[in-house]
Design a protein around this ligand. Structure first.
Ligand code: MTE
Length: 337
C-alpha cells in the first residue's frame, strides 16, 4: 500500500536551534531503553531550567511500564522533523488521569493493559473480540509518521505503529445499514483518578466516547495505533490501542479503546456533549474556522523541550492530508465543524 502524503512543512535541522539538546535526550533514551531514563531527563532539564517553558520536564518520570519493541513491516514517512519521544510521552491530553499535560505520564504508569478486550460489534455480520496479544498479531503492523494537531493550537509529528482501521472493520463485515462507527475508552475508575472525581477529570461524563462516519472510518489514513517510536504505546498515550485520525483535531483520536460499534445514527461524542458550540462531530483541522478560544490559523509545532524547539507555523486544511477533502465535497465545513 502506498500513501502519498504532501509535505508542506519541511523542517530542516536549522529550523530547530536546540535540536542537539533533544537529540541528546532521544539518544540517551534509546541507549538506555525507556525505563530508567527519568533521572537523566530531569538532570538535563535543570540545566535548561531558564529556557524550559514546560514544568513537566522538571519532574522525575516514573516509568514502571515496560515498552516492548515492535516490528513494523512498512513505513510511511513525512520527511518532517519528528517530535522528541520524551516530549510526546510527557505532554499529553488524557483527562481520565487528570487535566494537566503532565498528569497522564505521572498517574497512568500502573494502568493495566494486559489482559485487554476490544469488541467490534453492532451492525456487523461477524462480531469480533480481540485480546491483548491479538492487537499485535492479527494485522500486519505499519509505521506511519503523522502530524497530530490539537485544537489547543499545538502540534507534533509522531511515528505511530499500527494497522488501518478498515482491516478490522472488514473482518467484522459491516452491514449496509452501518453508517457510523462509535468508539469507547475503558471505564475503570479504580485505575483512572479522573473517572473517580469529576474535578480531576475535567467534568467529563465517562467513558470518553468518539465517532466517525463510516467513510471516514474506512479511509486508509485512519489508523488503530498500538505503538509509537518503535515500541508499544505507553499508557499515557492510550495503551494498548487507540485511534489516530490525522486530519482531525486530536480529541477525535480516542485512547485505550474497548469498544467499536457500527451504528446507523451519528453517535454522541465527548467534547460535543460538553460544549457543542465549541466542538463539532467532524472536527476537521480547518484554519478558516476558529474555535471560540483558540484561533486555528496557526499552530505551535512542538519538537523538543525548550522554547527554541518550538515553531509557529501556518495551519493547513485537513492538517495537510488533502486526500480526505473529497469526503466532504458537498458539505459546508463552517457549519459542520
Ligand atoms: N482519549 C481519551 N480517552 N481521553 C482524553 O482525554 N484526549 C484527546 C485524545 N484522546 C483524550 C483522548 C486529545 S484532546 C488529544 S489532543 C489527544 O488524545 C492527545 O494525544 P497524545 O497525548 O498521545 O498526544
Amino acid at each position: 500500500m502506498k500513501i502519498n502524503i504532501k509535505k508542506p512543512h519541511h523542517l530542516t535541522d536549522n529550523d530547530v536551534t536546540d535540536e542537539d539538546v533533544w537529540m541528546d535526550r532521544r539518544n540517551i533514551l534509546k541507549s538506555l531503553g525507556y525505563v530508567g531514563a527519568g533521572a537523566i531527563l530531569s538532570g538535563l532539564a535543570s540545566k535548561n531550567a531558564q529556557a524550559d517553558a514546560f514544568s513537566w520536564f522538571k519532574r522525575e518520570q516514573q516509568t514502571a511500564f515496560t515498552l516492548s519493541p515492535l516490528q513494523a513491516q512498512k513505513t510511511v514517512n513525512l520527511n518532517e522533523q519528528n517530535t522528541a519521544e520524551s516530549v510526546a510521552t510527557t505532554y499529553n491530553n488524557f483527562y481520565e488521569f487528570g487535566t494537566g499535560k503532565e498528569d497522564p505520564a505521572e498517574h497512568a504508569q500502573n494502568f493495566q493493559v494486559d489482559p485487554w478486550t476490544l469488541k467490534i460489534e453492532g451492525l456487523v455480520e461477524n462480531p469480533v473480540t480481540l485480546g491483548y496479544d491479538d492487537l499485535f498479531s492479527k494485522f500486519a503492523l505499519e509505521e506511519r509518521i503523522y502530524r497530530l494537531r490539537c485544537v489547543e493550537a499545538w502540534s507534533m509529528v509522531i511515528p505511530w505503529i499500527g494497522f488501518p482501521l478498515h482491516q478490522l472493520l472488514q473482518a467484522a463485515k459491516p452491514l449496509s445499514s452501518a453508517k457510523y462507527v462509535a468508539f469507547e475508552t475503558i471505564y475503570s475508575p479504580e485505575q483512572m483518578r479522573g473517572q473517580r472525581n469529576r474535578f480531576v477529570g475535567g467534568g467529563i461524563d465517562y467513558p470518553y466516547v468518539e465517532g466517525l462516519r463510516i467513510d471516514e472510518a474506512m479511509h486508509d489514513l485512519t489508523l488503530l495505533s498500538v505503538g509509537m517510536y518503535g515500541k508499544t504505546l505507553p499508557p499515557q498515550n492510550g495503551a494498548p490501542i487507540r485511534l489516530i485520525t490525522p486530519w482531525k483535531y486530536g480529541f477525535k483520536s480516542i485512547k485505550s479503546l474497548v469498544s467499536i460499534k457500527l451504528m446507523d445514527k451519528e453517535p454522541p461524542t465527548t467534547w460535543n456533549i460538553l460544549a457543542p458550540q465549541e466542538y463539532g462531530f467532524y472536527a476537521n483541522v480547518n484554519p478558516t474556522v476558529d474555535h471560540p478560544r483558540w484561533s486555528q490559523k496557526r499552530e505551535r509545532r512542538i519538537l523538543g523541550s525548550g522554547l527554541n524547539a518550538q515553531k509557529r507555523i501556518d495551519t493547513i486544511p485537513f492538517n495537510g492530508y488533502e486526500e480526505v477533502a473529497e469526503l466532504y465535497a458537498d458539505m459546508d465545513l463552517s457549519r459542520y465543524y
